[in-house]
Design a protein around this ligand. Structure first.
Ligand SMILES: [Zn+2]
Length: 141
């Protein structure tokens, strides 16, 4: 029963996030990258670019990215789960434009001033706390 439930959830999430998952698959196979972590369904890859990218269950972070950057990109994957087909329109596109323009228009050069990034930071911190509690719980056993 648990397996059936997991399969149904997998299919629903696959359909719900289909546009960004397709793009994530393409980037995954097109760009040079190395798998550095798996968090649930999400695979985190390091790549040679200097900025991060989150597409569904695929995160791409700069080589040597610290935990805060990884958590931020994982925060975008939470947004993807919540917004589904709206993710690219509500987060992806504005975030890409912001990444290009923030140094010109951001108050005090604060990248997280923009709603897409502020929200990703919040989700990333929340997810990190959950994972830390989960890991601590696993270590207790
Ligand atoms: Zn971001």
């Amino acid at each position: 029963m648990l397996l059936i439930r997991s399969c149904v959830i997998f299919i629903i999430l696959l359909l719900w996030q289909f546009p960004q998952l397709m793009l994530g698959c393409i980037v995954r196979f097109a760009a040079g990258k190395r798998l550095i972590r798996r968090v649930g369904r999400v695979s985190v890859y390091s790549w040679s670019l200097r900025s991060g990218l989150s597409l569904g269950w695929f995160c791409f972070v700069p080589e040597g990215a610290d935990e805060r950057i990884i958590a931020h990109e994982l925060g975008h994957t939470v947004q993807s789960t919540k917004l589904g087909p709206l993710y690219l329109l509500v987060i992806g596109l504005p975030s890409a434009v912001w990444a290009l323009l923030y140094s010109l228009y951001s108050p005090e050069g604060n990248y997280c001033w923009f709603y897409t990034e502020r929200w990703a930071e919040r989700e990333g911190v929340r997810l990190s706390c959950l994972l830390a509690k989960s890991c601590a719980h696993e270590e207790d056993h």
